[in-house]
Design a protein around this ligand. Structure first.
Ligand SMILES: Nc1nc2c(ncn2[C@@H]2O[C@H](COP(=O)(O)OP(=O)(O)O)[C@@H](O)[C@H]2O)c(=O)[nH]1
Ligand SMILES: [Mg+2]
Length: 412
């Protein structure tokens, strides 16, 4: 990937410089303010000018991995998309050169950090794994009663590890219930993989279908300030457009926070994805009508405090007027279980269909995801694992999340 920095007095000018030099497919990787010396004042002091610096990236044209093998490229890409849980229609896999080029450019960028979810261990592998090393992590496991059998002891150790990962006692009770069905089959070597399967069974997932639609599908992202809604929309839009060849429209109703629209505006200019801004709920039907030929419309909402119910209802009016098809609640995985449950409760007014957990790269444990799944039973759609557009997003997979919860690591 070719990375280049562009600076100018406004973001728009910096973006234009980037577009002129790298073309329409360059992706913004980051922006920041810098100071550049503009000369000296009369006293010999330096005059400094504030500039926006934009870091952009584009795949190099030379040496593209699939440049000479288009069919293979399309098939591999399809496989990758399916692996990531994205559903795509065969008919969209045309071999037109432009599309292939775009795919080749993005091939290594999209989902490169995602590995296929780890298969749950076979009994043999589980036996080989030294579960004993986890004993040291268990702070609160008490010495076993003499009558306890080895499988029960093993389960105790595993539950101790889960407690360490911030899984609540009430959640472990539910987990214990689901494990109960296999109780007679459990032994020291298969206990871990049974627990992982049971955790996975408690985490429903929901895939966003990225496919051509006769009628534009309207998807809204809601959630507290700064959790990563706009970033997620940018990632999902780029993936939908370049991998799935879909027509995308963006609507921002983020009229509350100064600068928030600029963020999406710049993204829209760079990615060539049309953006419209709604300032009042009654504008929504007209905007939706203008986007009627699109396949997918992403609606970005203001990141307002969930403690201001009035503000939540205002945004809800916009979404009602747009007649949204799917609403995702975006939450930071670094939140405590208490905060997560509070957000779920406050955002209930939106009737959200599923959850996107962001900032999993910053979280220390993931027990909160299991606690929330057990208490609320809302499916998870995506995990966001960084700031890079569009790389850092993973389509949710129950077993992958179960592994995260148990090990405390991503892609163990
Ligand atoms: N580390 C990390 N940062 C993220 C992630 N998603 C978003 N961010 C950053 O969080 C900040 C707020 O993101 P933004 O999309 O503006 O949040 P919004 O207010 O919900 O729209 C930005 O600096 C993003 O780059 C993520 O998955 N991991
Ligand atoms: Mg935003």
């Amino acid at each position: 990937m070719q990375i280049k920095k562009f600076s100018a007095p406004t973001l728009k000018e910096a973006a234009q410089k980037m577009k002129d030099e790298l073309g329409g497919e360059a992706i913004i990787l980051g922006t920041r303010m810098i100071e550049s010396p503009r000369g000296t004042d009369g006293n010999g002091g330096r005059i400094r000018e504030k500039l926006f610096e934009l870091t952009a990236g584009i795949e190099k044209d030379q040496g593209l991995p699939f440049a000479g093998d288009r069919n293979k490229s399309a098939l591999n890409m399809k496989q990758k998309s399916l692996n990531a849980g994205m559903i795509k229609e065969e008919s969209t896999l045309n071999s037109n050169a432009n599309y292939e080029n775009e795919i080749a450019q993005l091939k290594d960028m999209i989902y490169k950090r995602r590995q296929a979810p780890l298969p749950l261990k076979t009994e043999k592998e589980a036996a080989a794994s030294s579960v004993s090393k986890k004993i040291s992590e268990v702070n609160d496991s008490k010495p076993a009663a003499p009558e306890q059998d080895p499988a029960t002891l093993e389960l105790k150790k595993i539950f101790g590890t889960l407690r360490h990962r911030d899984v609540q006692k009430s959640t472990l009770k539910v987990l214990s219930g689901t494990l109960g069905n296999y109780r007679s089959l459990l032994n020291t070597s298969n206990a871990e993989s049974h627990v992982l399967s049971s955790i996975a069974s408690l985490i429903p997932t929901n895939k966003l279908k990225l496919e051509r639609n006769k009628k534009a599908k309207k998807v809204a992202l809601v959630g507290p300030t700064g959790v990563g809604k706009t970033t997620c929309i940018a990632k999902l839009s780029v993936i939908s457009k370049l991998i799935h060849n879909l027509e995308i429209g963006l609507i921002s109703i983020d009229t509350y926070r100064l600068g928030a629209i600029d963020q999406l505006k710049i993204f829209s200019e760079i990615s060539n994805i049309e953006l419209k801004v709604a300032y009042e709920a009654k504008e929504m039907p007209d905007i939706i009508n203008k986007f009627r030929k699109k396949d997918l419309i992403f609606i970005d909402t203001a990141g307002r405090s969930q403690n201001n119910v009035q503000q939540l209802y205002e945004a809800k009016e916009f979404l009602n007027a747009a007649r949204v098809d799917e609403t995702y609640l975006v939450v930071s995985s670094t939140s405590s279980t208490k905060v997560l449950l509070d957000v779920f409760k406050k955002y209930k007014v939106y009737n959200f269909n599923s959850v996107i957990y962001t900032k999993i790269d910053e979280a220390v444990t993931f027990g909160n995801i299991l606690n929330a799944a057990v208490k609320k039973n809302v499916p998870v759609s995506f995990l966001s694992n960084g700031q890079v557009i569009p790389d850092d997003i993973i389509a949710a997979d129950s077993e992958f999340i179960a592994n995260m919860i148990y090990t405390g690591k991503i892609n163990k």
